[in-house]
Write a protein of this length. Sequence first.
Length: 120
Amino acid sequence: MLMHQSRLAPSRIIAVALAIGVASLIADVAAAKEIGQFSTVVKYSDLDPSQTADAARLYARLKFAADKVCGVEMTRDLKVQRQRDACYVQALNEAVEKVNQPQLTALHAAEPRIRVARKS
């Protein structure tokens, strides 16, 4: 029995070390996202954002880019999920503001927001 336990000890140590490494990596990525270190370019020279259909296409591209930048991972960790959601909302708000087109802004304002109630 002791021999079996001694063979498992190194693998447990490695597993714990990997878990700690992964957790710190996730925390570093979340912190980087929080301070706005990730970005992407959304090209829309093929669109006319003053037209409703093109504004909708551009908005879809911006939403996709915000997902890409902020991560689309699903997690049961509510803190990580809130950070991801806050990143997404901030990225999308800033992108719409930078484009500064009334049609796009109207689309963004009309977008339904789903909010999860927080436990106080």
